[in-house]
Design a binder for this molecule. Sequence first.
Ligand code: NA7
Length: 546
Amino acid sequence: MNTNNASHVPAPGRTHADFDVVVIGAGLSGLYQLYRLRRSGLKALVFEAGDGIGGTWFWNRYPGARVDSQSHVYQYWFSKEIHEDWTWSERFCAQPELERYINFIADRCGLWDDIQLGTRVTGLRYDDNGRCWHVETDRGDRVTAQFVVSCTGMLSAPLTDLFPGQKRFRGELYHTARWPKTPVVFEGKRVGVVGTGATGIQVIQTIAPLVTQLKVFQRTPQYTIQMNNWRWNEPDHKQLHARFDELKQRVHNTFAGFDFDFERGSYHALTPAQRRDALEELWHDGTLAFWVGSFPEVLVDENVNADVTAFVREKMRARIERPELAAKLIPTRYGFGTRRVPLETHYLEAYNRDNVELVDISQTPIREITEKGVRTAAGEYELDMLIFATGFDAATGALTRIDIRGREGRTLKEKWGEDIRTAMGLQLHGFPNFFMTGAPLAPSAAFCNMTTCLQQQVDWITDTICYLRDRGRQTIEPTAEKEEQWLQHHEEIANATLLVKTDSWYLGSNVKGKQRRLLSYVGGVAAYRQQCDQVMAAGYPGFVMA
Ligand code: NA7
């Protein structure tokens, strides 16, 4: 595409750009962003790198991929009518159903015309004179847009090149976030999985019964919660549809954007027996409520955390047959909930199988990938297939992999290379008219049910663009002081939690050389939304409009 229609006289608040808005990414947030922009009368174009829409649910089609939020809160809330035309088959849906849902939404809203698939944005350059962004893609597109909204996903830049020798492996090699659409055959194969995060766990529990041999290379053990999944039936669908208005409100007013909250009061106010009962009840629920809907002290109070950790260890131990295995699989070096807690189904039992071996690489790391398999400091493991479930350069990676140049040509990579900071996770000083969703220092990941926070962020961004247009303004940019103030607020909350004591992608410590900073805002979804709304209501203090 090469659009060049800049001859018109722009309406007040608009520039001569080809588009009012270019959106990067057609995942959950990108599609809703397009929907909102169109409804606001804005001309938008979405560039999507994949050859299909869905973002996370397009790329992560690995065996066992499933959402850890309950389906009835992991959805869009903009249309009751559309909501009633869709039913979820399970309490926690699998990837194919999520991908179908996202395509259903695009069909129902007629979004396809403004989405260009198979096109990766490679460069963004801000033009101070034209007050617009120049957008370049790997397909040779050159367009201008007054605003750019990145909907690139918090977990979309996979860590794929981790070990020497990867290219010489003669077997099949996959990263879970680049899983092929063509069927992968597991039967009769010796398979290795590197990584035991939420992804690795889903892969392992799914393929363990299929493969001849499974070697799991585990560097850090995980606390896990047993998922309590079930199939919904007709009366359930009716009941969930009837709850639309209530749920739509509720998810925006809980700590983590779910249909549960810290509603049991203080852990300290309960007797030991009451605490045990509460934990048992939450455990039985089989959702992330055991973590981000139990007691707020779990994330901040060492003693409460130790109690809950002991409870989880006990539950895990009961399912692992061999004590030496339990010693490897149950974490001891960090507290429950200070890393992302995966939900699982028969994960621990997979290790009771004869064809599954847990290779503890905490002391004997992987040295290289050989022609035949994996060589650790303890020896070589011959494999037919190797699966990397090795995670992502979270929050920053998707954007620093694009050449983004703001005012005076300064790159985002340089900016975040010095210090990862944003204004409320929504904008950046030095990058006017550039908006982000799922970015650093906004609520995200398990501290926000992603659909809740992404829709809230898209709403704020769209309303802000309309605010400018309606007042004849062309640009908006946060001040350096606003960024600093938000950073201080974020750090104050983050440093009061136990999260900052444990290494994980939450802190960027999974990426060599990355600054250690809690990437998600953990002040709570409701509190965050209120702050965003207040900024808007007060006429955007801390943001410069021109
Ligand atoms: P995660 O949670 O970052 O997990 C990645 C796993 O890969 C984790 O077990 C890592 O061990 C392991 N890993 C990464 N690099 C290496 C190397 N070099 N050697 C050995 N092991 C390695 O990613 P996921 O995809 O599972 O989940 C990401 C999020 O997606 C998840 O939290 C949900 O929100 C959805 P480590 O723990 O670093 O020792």
